[in-house]
Write a new protein. Structure first.
Lengths: 223, 223
């Protein structure tokens, strides 16, 4: 079986979203020790910034009339689609950047959607378990001044659950800037608690997804 | 006086958001015939995809220790900030892409925010009138199946109104795909109506902003 993992943090080291996603992945692997993890790292391996425009402009153009740029953009989109579809489950790890979705993650989503398998109404991930790991620098909880300012999580739910059909669990760690911003020093205990809770939920989610996919496979084999 | 205009549509021709933004601009110019329009076109002049990562990584690094990439990214961010701040009013024109903010517009916002003038709590556009022109391919109105699927408009309000302090008016044209998608052919009359309404509101908004900025200038001169 295969786990698909995507990382969008621009920090290769010290990233909370990567750290919590590691916990999901480890929990999965303990239950599926022989599994493959297919990874897409948007920082280590950046997507070309013009690929989406080329791919989008190819819509409706017959294959033989496409430019080399359009062909290569659509091939890249097909590779991204293959990677996600290879996963019996998925982990999407991203920080909240400027109250919104990571620009690199949006680039990946836009390009992915140019592949016909991810087109309108396709529900390509129907029934597959998918974990969104969201790391937020500040506090966005109920009753805080920034309640409702996280515009990334609802968007990622919309895409992965409503548009792609996945069964989405969101794991949030917040106040991640408390450790580095002196003015947030007094929030460090709450930040540590939030991170510990995120790891606990990540562990439980990774294990639950692994067990669920395994038993689904068993029922299929038995049927 | 100066109008700042940003375009995010990936279509240089045939773009509804550009067309409606033209109406805002014309209405402004009829009231301010000698004005300058400062334009930023994210398609004609794409931002380098690695600039934001370089600029963000320069935070906290003393000026003399910055890499050439960090310096040039921060210079670009300062240019973007200068452009926006030059505007006594602004027009931000963008399509809704895959239910979210344009990846290129998010790249611009991320980079802009690395400039200290647009940093946390700065409210750099306090009191300035700003029009968001949003073009949506489908229908997202109240009671439709896609109500709530436009995740770009609330995000742009958050950034321009709540984070930057601008006085935001949103002009929406929707069902823009009805003219090109055969399955949407029967929606063409509603699409045409939506576009006509958008132009009407764009005209009124451009005129109102021009008059307001002019009278504000008069009061300042008189004071």
């Amino acid at each position: 079986m295969t786990l698909f993992r995507l990382d969008a943090s621009i920090r290769p080291e010290g990233s909370v979203s990567r750290d919590v996603a590691d916990t999901v992945q480890s929990a999965w692997m303990r239950n599926h020790p022989d599994d493959t993890v297919v990874r897409r790292d948007l920082t280590a391996d950046p997507l070309p910034s013009d690929a989406w425009m080329s791919a989008a402009s190819a819509t409706g153009v017959p294959e033989e009339e496409r430019t080399p740029e359009q062909r290569s953009a659509l091939e890249l989109a097909a590779t991204l689609a293959d990677e996600v579809l290879a996963g019996d489950a998925a982990v999407i790890a991203s920080p909240l950047y400027n109250f919104g979705v990571s620009q690199h993650l949006k680039t990946w989503i836009d390009l992915l959607i140019t592949d016909p398998r991810f087109g309108p109404g396709a529900q390509p991930l129907a029934g597959r378990p998918l974990t969104v790991v969201m790391a937020r620098g500040g506090g966005y909880g109920e009753g805080t001044p920034r309640e409702g300012w996280d515009h990334a999580t609802p968007y990622l739910r919309r895409i992965f659950a409503d548009a792609f059909g996945a069964d989405v669990t969101v794991v949030v760690a917040e106040l991640t800037l408390a450790d580095v911003v002196p003015a947030m020093a007094e929030l460090r205990p709450i930040a540590a608690e939030s991170r510990a809770e995120a790891h606990k939920l990540a562990e439980a989610t990774g294990r639950a997804h692994a067990e669920r996919v395994r038993s689904a496979t068993r029922s299929t084999s038995a049927a």
